[in-house]
Write a protein that binds this ligand. Structure first.
Ligand SMILES: NC(=O)C1=CN([C@@H]2O[C@H](COP(=O)(O)OP(=O)(O)OC[C@H]3O[C@@H](n4cnc5c(N)ncnc54)[C@H](O)[C@@H]3O)[C@@H](O)[C@H]2O)C=CC1
Ligand SMILES: O=C(O)C(=O)Cc1ccc(O)cc1
Length: 367
């Protein structure tokens, strides 16, 4: 595809989409805009965009595709302003916000002006922010939800998918309401809980001076998402308020039930509670990328001796397998530790798995 692609918000998501589009459509010109001038300049230096926007309106008016990748409330403000501009007749406007209903409602302002808007949410990311964290392959195999305003937009949806084909994502069309219901359960509510778990640890750190050091393993993993951008998550929480409040009521009811089980020392009740959770979780697809894909992890049971990490990374280096992260999750003093290695792609993880299967006798796990 050829034309001008105007990306607003050059963070993790805007930057990653810019890289993907540039690779897939080398003839396109990527113009980037960010309220933070230094972030915009960094994007240019890193080769993420072709041009820094000097003037939002004139760059929007020459665009064939506009991608709004700012925090949701800022995106809504841009939609209102875009509706007053003299845009190209066949321009496509999309966004990347983690909630869809309020954005799509706001886009009625564009539709009134006969401008095409298709809501979008690439469901891959991380707790990192900023253009420096952008990656060309961030969206590979991830779900990419599109929320067109009506069924007659199929030609435009196909055109948008072509622009975004370099993401190698799995496109799914949903209504904005359905999208917000699902993501509320699997993403937004868990973020609230993760942040509150971290809060609970902080509250108790004076009482237990060792707490911080000991929170390095599993606790860090289940609360990783609490390190995400506070601006982004405040926007998401407010814009999916109804869904979150409903989930919160149900959660409180559930917590009251568990409180009662503890008070009455109801062993069978607790066993049922944990069994039902385990049963449902164990049957969730593990070969699917999951709704939100962020990393491909390989877990390796390694003996706890100095040099084991360099042994493992040496094997990967020999096979030219790149890793994105490596961490010891837990070291049981006398026996084994679990090493978690993260990869950018499923393919890299598979290669790593087979490489270690061949060269070592360590137990390996992919889930
Ligand atoms: N971080 C993630 O894992 C994912 C985020 N999203 C959504 O994508 C959007 C962007 O998120 P990230 O890239 O992660 O955030 P980020 O914090 O990495 O980047 C956002 C960028 O937008 C800029 N910005 C803020 N206000 C602006 C404005 N009024 N005009 C232009 N630029 C502005 C910021 O300076 C920043 O550079 C959000 O709406 C978020 O809900 C969607 C999928 C995953
Ligand atoms: O890092 C993680 O696990 C995430 O949850 C990333 C993420 C954040 C927001 C989204 O809308 C989609 C994905």
């Amino acid at each position: 595809m050829q034309g001008n692609v105007f990306i607003v918000g050059l963070g993790l998501i805007g930057g990653s989409l810019a890289l993907t589009i540039k690779r897939q459509h080398p003839k396109a010109t990527i113009i980037g805009y960010d309220v933070k001038k230094n972030e915009m300049e960094l994007a240019k230096i890193l080769g993420v965009i072709d041009e820094c926007s000097e003037n939002f309106q004139s760059d929007a008016e020459r665009a064939d595709l506009v991608i709004l990748a700012a925090p949701i409330i800022e995106t809504e403000k841009w939609i209102e302003r875009l509706a007053l501009m003299n845009l190209k007749k066949d321009v496509l406007i999309t966004d990347t916000g983690s909630t869809k209903k309020s954005v799509v409602d706001q886009a009625a302002l564009l539709v009134e002006k006969d401008i095409c808007f298709i809501g979008g949410h690439p469901m891959a990311g991380s707790h990192k922010s900023g253009v420096a964290a952008a990656k060309e392959r961030l969206f590979e195999n991830a779900f990419y939800i599109l929320t067109p305003l009506h069924s007659e937009q199929s030609v435009e949806v196909d055109k948008l998918k072509k622009w975004l084909s370099g993401t190698h994502a799995k496109f799914i069309t949903l209504s904005a309401k359905e999208h917000d219901g699902i993501t509320g359960i699997i993403s937004h509510f868990p973020h609230l809980i993760a942040a509150s778990l971290v809060g609970q640890a902080k509250e108790n750190q004076d009482k237990f001076p060792l707490l911080q050091r000991m929170a390095a393993g599993g606790f860090r993993d289940i609360t990783r998402i609490a390190s995400s951008s506070p601006v982004m998550w405040s926007d998401i929480s407010l814009r999916n308020k109804e869904v979150l409040l409903e989930l919160m009521d149900k959660w409180m009811e559930e917590m009251e039930k568990i409180t009662a089980l503890l008070h009455s020392e109801d062993y069978n009740g607790l066993h049922t509670f944990f069994s039902l959770a385990k049963e449902y979780r164990d049957q969730l697809p593990s070969s699917e990328p999951g709704a939100i894909r962020s990393f491909y992890d390989l877990f390796i049971d390694v003996p706890d001796y100095p040099g084991v990490i360099s042994e493992i990374t040496g094997h990967f280096a020999d096979e030219k397998i790149s890793i994105t992260n490596i961490r010891i999750l837990e070291t049981r003093e006398d026996i084994y530790g679990v090493l978690r290695v993260s990869f950018q792609t499923e393919e890299d993880r598979e290669r790593a798995f087979h490489c270690l299967k061949q060269k070592t006798t360590y137990e390996l796990y992919r889930d």
